[in-house]
Design a protein. Structure first.
Lengths: 115, 115
């Protein structure tokens, strides 16, 4: 079946503009994660959605970052008033549920460049 | 917070030889899960292997195996008979049973396979 998809694959924007990044998880996966991967760094957790529960936003770096998940499926990560330090690859992952054993399936990421 | 350390930013191996990537982690939990993910240049993160902390037997998946030393909090990945397609970034990840929903990732090891 289809994997996790993300769009766009690349996004170039000017400092101060808002951007929206989209993630389509695997059908039936109730858990959805957003990560940020800066050059030469590991994955930085941003936010987590599990079913209809309130999202875990503890990783969001500032109030310029927000995310929503509509209908328990598609998720959008929004970055307002982008800064150059926001440049990174943004990865989305989904998994079957909350169980610790459940692996995450990752999308190909969106490479964001803020000029 | 849990930390995951990969002390080898870069490694190289001759084709058909064996290489070991190291990973250590810090936790106070007794029950948790450990993962190795591979990220090729395509950016698509793929699960390589996983280990449950309560299992003493080391996980094995074809040419990939782990050396899990719970007391030492060490989780190394051994790749046998290395192939050109193994060239990628490898990330070690931790997920605890009591630490909510987060996966904690190391900073990665870039593996080069020399023909």
């Amino acid at each position: 079946g289809a994997g996790v998809s993300q769009s766009p694959s690349n996004k170039v924007t000017e400092k101060g503009k808002d951007v929206e990044l989209r993630c389509d998880p695997i059908s039936g996966h109730t858990a959805l994660y957003w990560y940020r991967q800066s050059l030469g760094q590991g994955l930085e957790f941003l936010i987590y959605f599990q079913g209809n529960s309130a999202p875990d936003k503890s990783g969001l770096p500032s109030d310029r970052f927000s995310a929503e998940r509509t209908g328990g499926s598609v998720s959008t990560l929004t970055i307002q008033r982008t800064q150059q330090e926001d440049s990174a690859v943004y990865l989305c992952a989904s998994s079957l549920g909350q169980g610790s054993y459940n692996e995450q399936f990752f999308g190909p990421g969106t490479r964001l460049t803020v000029l | 917070a849990q930390t995951v350390t990969q002390s080898q930013p870069e490694m190289s191996v001759q084709e058909a030889e064996t290489v070991t990537l190291s990973c250590t982690y810090d936790t106070s939990e007794s029950d948790y899960y450990l993962f190795w993910y591979k990220q090729p240049p395509s950016r698509q993160m793929i699960l390589v292997i996983r280990q449950e902390a309560y299992k003493q037997q080391n996980a094995t998946e074809n040419r990939f195996s782990v050396n899990f030393q719970k007391a030492a909090k060490s989780f190394s990945l051994k790749i046998s008979d290395s192939q050109l397609g193994d060239a990628a970034m490898y990330f070690c990840a931790y997920r605890g049973s009591n630490t909510g929903n987060q996966f904690y990732f190391g900073t990665g090891t870039s593996l080069t396979v020399i023909p």
